[in-house]
Write a protein that binds this ligand. Structure first.
Ligand SMILES: NC(=O)c1ccc[n+]([C@@H]2O[C@H](COP(=O)([O-])OP(=O)(O)OC[C@H]3O[C@@H](n4cnc5c(N)ncnc54)[C@H](O)[C@@H]3O)[C@@H](O)[C@H]2O)c1
Length: 323
């Protein structure tokens, strides 16, 4: 990797990856339309001469193609990352996650770039009958438009690997936590509790079991695998990795840790049922044996990741206003 192109470079995960790669001495081109990206996340990067920011939209293929010129690796992270509101606007996931991924692949093809890392999701497994869920679980039934659009993106990448000799790394993340976290349950709970520390609205019954991974552990896994060139040796030139910790917790556990750290004891108002929204999976726990067999291991537990997230949100109140 000499010059790396990152879509979604101003987002939670993308901006963290920008800083990590610049810290490793790489040259990075960041691409973002700032739909959910945050300019302050790139303040440090913009002072680095090895970083260039190009503002643009993945749906603008000519501009995307121009911006990628000279790069030799693409991390495609830009997406509509919110699974919850899919049924409110059914074409958003299709456009932002599937068509956008096609555009990224076409822009790469036009520039002769063949190596790609893609942020997919554990949501692609729907409600798997196999738990912990391995990468080769039976082909899943989709339960969200977000998951469906990401599966479609994965499939396009696989076909480009086979058809055009691309080298693809597909990462199916559990929920990611940590510094620069701008969406998800810790954000929602903390924002609510700032407004009314005596009660908390919880979607579902709080018994949902979820798995989380700390942002720096997530980045370490992605960089560890891509620098080993594993996909270049794979039969179809594509490797899929679940990224998560070897544990899960209940939403209620998480609420307990957050409230303990804030020294409050709010009344919990559950909306009921074992799902928070359409497409919510009551039990997400991915089998991470494959990524761990490459020598990667997570450093933080889920509880530690949640507490670091909370500490960062407390120190960065501006982010609560910006979303
Ligand atoms: N955060 C998680 O827990 C999680 C879990 C699973 C998968 N993912 C995936 O990881 C990736 C990054 O997620 P995140 O949490 O950093 O989200 P984010 O919303 O913080 O970042 C997404 C970034 O992409 C940009 N973007 C969106 N549409 C764009 C477009 N059409 N053109 C250019 N830029 C565009 C946004 O402005 C934003 O900066 C996404 O693909 C998401 O689906 C995230």
């Amino acid at each position: 990797m000499n010059q790396i192109f990152i879509t979604g470079a101003a987002g939670f995960i993308g901006s963290s990856l920008v800083d990590r790669l610049l810290g490793d001495g790489k040259t990075v081109v960041g691409w973002d339309n700032f739909s959910t990206g945050q300019r302050p996340f790139l303040t440090g990067a913009l002072k680095n001469p090895s970083f260039k920011l190009v503002e643009g939209d993945n749906l603008d293929l000519p501009a995307l193609t121009r911006a990628m010129k000279g790069c030799d690796f693409v991390f495609h992270l830009a997406a509509n990352a919110d699974v919850r509101f899919g049924t409110d606007h059914p074409d958003r996931d299709l456009q932002q996650n599937t068509i956008a991924t096609y555009n990224v692949l076409e822009a790469m093809r036009a520039n002769g770039i063949k190596r790609l890392g893609f942020s997919s999701t554990g949501s692609t497994y729907g409600e798997s009958a196999v738990i912990p869920t391995p990468e080769d679980a039976p082909f899943p039934i989709q339960t969200s438009l977000y998951g469906a659009s990401k599966v479609a993106g994965e499939c396009l990448i696989q076909a480009y690997c086979e058809g055009f000799g691309f080298e693809g790394y597909i990462f199916r993340f559990v929920s990611i936590l940590g510094e620069r976290y701008t969406h998800g349950h810790v954000f929602d709970f903390y924002k609510q509790l700032l407004g009314h520390p005596d009660h908390l609205r919880v979607l579902g019954d709080g018994s949902q079991r979820k798995s989380y991974l700390y942002i720096q552990d997530c980045l370490s896994a992605m960089l560890h695998v891509t620098t080993k060139n594993l996909a270049a040796k794979a039969k179809h030139r594509v490797e899929i990795f679940n990224l998560g910790t070897a544990e899960f917790c209940q939403v209620n556990d998480s609420i307990g840790w957050i409230c303990e750290a804030l020294a409050i004891n709010p009344r919990r108002d559950y909306t009921g049922g074992n799902r928070g929204w359409i497409g919510d999976n009551p039990f997400i726990f991915l089998d991470t044996k494959k990524i761990r067999s490459t020598g990667w291991a997570s450093q933080l537990t889920i509880r530690e990741g949640i507490l670091r997230t909370l500490t960062w949100l407390q120190a960065n109140p501006w982010v609560l206003e910006n979303r």
